[in-house]
Design a protein around this ligand. Structure first.
Ligand SMILES: NC(=O)C1=CN([C@@H]2O[C@H](COP(=O)(O)OP(=O)(O)OC[C@H]3O[C@@H](n4cnc5c(N)ncnc54)[C@H](O)[C@@H]3O)[C@@H](O)[C@H]2O)C=CC1
Ligand SMILES: O=C(O)C(=O)Cc1ccc(O)cc1
Length: 291
C-alpha cells in the first residue's frame, strides 16, 4: 500500500477515497491540495486529510501516489504544476469521468513520465459535492475503470488497482475511447437529459405550480440534475463527440415515440413500454447494490 498520497481536489470523490483508506490497518498519510483554501480547511476539519498544502514541492515530497480528483478541465494545469516535482517512483492517477481527454493531457504534460500515469474512473458518486459529501463506503462493490496505455508501467496499474480494491471496488480495464463511448450513453446523456428537463420546466411562467405538484417519478428522473455544474460542463465538453452522437440517437427515439402518440398507436406504445420496462427491471435486478 502507498505510504503518502497527495489528493488534488478533496471533494466527494477524493474525500471518499481518503475516508475508505483511513479504515485500513496501516492507512497512508494523506495530503490535500485544493483550489480554495476554504474547502481544504473544511477537508482538514472533517478529518479527510492529515495535512493541507499550498506549496506543491512540499506536498509532493516523498509522495508515492498523486490522485487528481478535480473537475476534468483542471487536469492539464494540475499535471503541469506537479511535473517538475515528480520522482521516478511517484505514480499519478485520476478519478475523472472522461478518459480520452485526460490520457491526452497526461501524455502532453508528463512527457517521459507518462508511463507513471494510470487513468481511472470510479463508477460511483452522487449529485452532492464537496468535502462534506465524502463517504467511507462510497466505493464498496462499485466498478472502477482503469484506462492504461501501451506505455503505462504494469506495476503502476497493479498498484492503482490495489488502491481501489482496498476501497472495496471491483476494477476493470478499458481503452479510453471505449470508456468514453460507454459513459456517454449510460451516464453523460442521462445527466444532460435531466438538466434539460428541469431547465425547461424551471423557466416556464408556471414553474412554481409545476414543481409544487411534481412527485417521486420527477424526483427519480431529475435527482442528477442537482449535480455540480462545473463538473458537468467539463464532462460535456470533454466528451462532446460521443455525447452529440448519443443526443442524436435519443432525439430519434423521442421522434419515434412522438409518431406513435400522434397516430394513437396503442400497440406500438405498449410494445415499446413493455420492452423498455423489462430491460430496466432486468438491469436493476442484475445490479443489486452496484452503481
Ligand atoms: N461526483 C460524482 O459522482 C463523480 C465524479 N467523478 C469525477 O471526479 C472528479 C471530482 O468530482 P467530485 O469529487 O464530485 O467534485 P467535488 O466538487 O466534490 O470536488 C472537487 C474538488 O476539487 C477542487 N478543485 C478544483 N480545481 C482544483 C485544482 N485546480 N486543484 C486542486 N483542487 C481543485 C474543488 O475545490 C473541490 O474541492 C471530477 O473529475 C468528476 O468528473 C467521478 C465519478 C463520480
Ligand atoms: O449521482 C449518480 O447517480 C451518478 O451517476 C454519479 C456519477 C457521476 C459521474 C460519474 O462519472 C460517475 C458516477
Amino acid at each position: 500500500m502507498f505510504k503518502k498520497i497527495v489528493i488534488f481536489g478533496v471533494g466527494l470523490i477524493g474525500g471518499s477515497v481518503s475516508l475508505a483508506l483511513k479504515k485500513l490497518p496501516h492507512p497512508p498519510h494523506i495530503t490535500g491540495v485544493g483550489r480554495s483554501d476554504h474547502s481544504l480547511q473544511e477537508a482538514l476539519g472533517l478529518g479527510l486529510i492529515d495535512t493541507a498544502e499550498t506549496n506543491i514541492a512540499n506536498a509532493l515530497t516523498d509522495a508515492d501516489l498523486v490522485l487528481i480528483a478535480a473537475p476534468v478541465a483542471q487536469t492539464p494545469a494540475i499535471l503541469r504544476t506537479i511535473q517538475p516535482h515528480l520522482s521516478a517512483n511517484t505514480i499519478i492517477t485520476d478519478a475523472g469521468s472522461t478518459k480520452s481527454d485526460v490520457m491526452s493531457y497526461a501524455k502532453a504534460e508528463l512527457g517521459s513520465q507518462f508511463n507513471q500515469f494510470v487513468g481511472g474512473h470510479p463508477i460511483a458518486g452522487a449529485e452532492k459535492s464537496g468535502p462534506s459529501a465524502a463517504m467511507a463506503d462510497l466505493y464498496i462493490g462499485k466498478n472502477v475503470i482503469l484506462t492504461p496505455d501501451a506505455a503505462t508501467d504494469a506495476d503502476a496499474v497493479k498498484r492503482v488497482a490495489a488502491l481501489w480494491q482496498a476501497c472495496g471496488a471491483v476494477v476493470s480495464n478499458m481503452s479510453p475511447q471505449a470508456h468514453d463511448r460507454v459513459f456517454a450513453a449510460v451516464s453523460h446523456l442521462p445527466h444532460l437529459l435531466a438538466f434539460a428537463l428541469v431547465e425547461d420546466l424551471a423557466k416556464r411562467d408556471n414553474a412554481e405550480l409545476l414543481f409544487k405538484f411534481a412527485a417521486s417519478g420527477f424526483r427519480d428522473f431529475t435527482r442528477i440534475a442537482g449535480s455540480h455544474p462545473e463538473m458537468w460542463r467539463d464532462i460535456a465538453l470533454a466528451n462532446k463527440q460521443a455525447l452529440l452522437e448519443e443526443l442524436n440517437t435519443y432525439q430519434q427515439a423521442v421522434s419515434e415515440m412522438t409518431v406513435l402518440l400522434e397516430n394513437n398507436d396503442d400497440a406500438g406504445l405498449f410494445a415499446l413500454f413493455e420492452h423498455a420496462s423489462r430491460a430496466r427491471n432486468e438491469w436493476a435486478k442484475s445490479k443489486t447494490n452496484k452503481t
